[in-house]
Design a protein around this ligand. Structure first.
Ligand SMILES: [Zn+2]
Length: 308
């Protein structure tokens, strides 16, 4: 912090220029923060050079005298209309060398490198935030299952933290179906770490808004479960709760690399699916899972699943 008398104003801060003011960046830039011009703090960029000849004239004490050697403040300085140039009572000389720059002794030399770097960083952060926002919006638009995170954007009513529904007249039925299914799966597999958000669609249009068409229901990672119009049955709901359990205990990414017979076989076998014969390959998956399930310690299912 430096104070120097400058015309009628008090210069209270001298430093490198604000990047927004001095683009493109030049090394000979002095920034003087003053209250004078707008009655509040403001930044002024002033280009300086040294006077080589002439005389200083005026009524002030000590004038006239040779002007040689005084700093001449140019562009950026608000010069009084009656003056040709502006002379400061005193100047502060900064000298800072950065790699690749030449800073002569005769120049007040402040290099705004740090501020420029800061500006670049801010620019980068702004672009980063913008890119993230675009990605989030694009995900919501093009990957419809992601809308489970904000189901209301698809027009369903989220009546509780766990249940969203498009036909509120079926709320009681939905609550009973979900409660029963969760209890039965927890009795079999142990408590869930978090309850998924259930979206229950009575209309096909609602189901399709989440990106689904044919299946009865779908689990979306650990985020939630969407039940379609044909999926309002305990075995369908339990099937998806098992996928939710798998996401919690195997991991969403790892699930992609686990054999289908384990992922789907488990969901069909442990959801009490009433169909005696499933279409292939689901029937084969279920058979293989049941065989495996009967050979392991079922009280340590998580360890057994993860050891495959
Ligand atoms: Zn499945």
């Amino acid at each position: 912090m430096v104070s120097a008398h400058l015309f009628e104003s008090w210069t209270i801060l001298v430093g490198s220029a604000h990047p927004a003011i001095i683009l493109p960046v030049r090394k000979e830039v002095l920034v003087i923060t003053t209250q004078y011009w707008i009655g509040a703090f403001a930044n002024e960029s002033v280009h300086s050079s040294k006077i080589g000849s002439g005389a200083l004239a005026g009524r002030a004490t000590g004038l006239p005298r040779p002007a040689t050697g005084y700093p001449l403040l140019g562009k950026g300085m608000h010069i009084k209309s009656i003056a040709d140039v502006s002379i400061v009572d005193g100047a502060i000389r900064f000298r800072r060398q950065i790699p690749g720059s030449v800073c002569s002794d005769s120049t007040i030399c402040v290099i705004a490198r740090d501020k420029t770097q800061q500006a670049s960083l801010m620019k980068l952060i702004k672009w980063g935030v913008l890119l993230a926002a675009v990605l989030v919006i694009a995900t919501f638009i093009f990957y419809k299952p992601s809308r489970i995170l904000i189901p209301e954007m698809n027009g369903v009513d989220c009546v509780t933290k766990a249940i969203c529904i498009d036909d509120i007249s079926r709320l009681e039925e939905a609550e009973a179906l979900v409660a029963r299914s969760v209890v039965e799966i927890e009795n079999r597999l142990g408590p869930l770490q978090n309850y998924p958000k259930f979206v229950l669609c009575s209309a096909q249009r609602c189901f399709e808004k989440f990106g689904f068409k044919r299946a009865a229901a779908h689990a979306v990672g650990k985020s939630g479960i969407v039940i379609g119009p044909g999926g309002w049955m305990p075995h369908y709901v339990k099937h998806e709760i098992i996928h939710h359990w798998q996401a919690e205990n195997i991991g969403v990414i790892k699930m992609l690399f686990v054999d289908d017979w384990l992922i789907e076989g488990m969901a069909y076998a442990l959801s009490d699916d009433p169909r005696a014969e499933l279409a292939q390959p689901w029937q084969a998956y279920r058979t293989k899972f049941i065989e495996w399930y009967n050979s392991i310690d079922q009280n340590n299912l998580v360890a057994a699943v993860n050891s495959i």
